[in-house]
Design a protein around this ligand. Structure first.
Ligand SMILES: [Zn+2]
Length: 79
């Protein structure tokens, strides 16, 4: 039988519990960031009329569907 003091037992319990919570948070955050990047991959915002649209083509300067101006591809950082 392994003799463990109550203080050490509480410490081990808290450590394991917090490690599980931290791991769950880390995995959730990485998956959320990946989904967000996948969502914003083809999203563009027109610099003239601020219209947001998606352009999955490989065009260097995609055309805005509302005003017809050509736009550079700037990356969206967050939703
Ligand atoms: Zn536009």
């Amino acid at each position: 039988m392994i003799r463990v003091s109550l203080t050490l037992l509480v410490f081990i319990y808290l450590f394991v519990f917090l490690a599980a919570v931290f791991t769950h948070w880390l995995v959730f955050n990485l998956r959320r960031r990946k989904r967000e990047q996948e969502t914003l991959r083809f999203r563009l915002r027109c610099v003239i009329c601020a219209c947001e649209f998606e352009d999955p083509s490989a065009a260097l300067l995609p055309r805005c569907p509302r005003c017809g101006s050509l736009n550079e591809r700037f990356r969206f950082r967050t939703l």
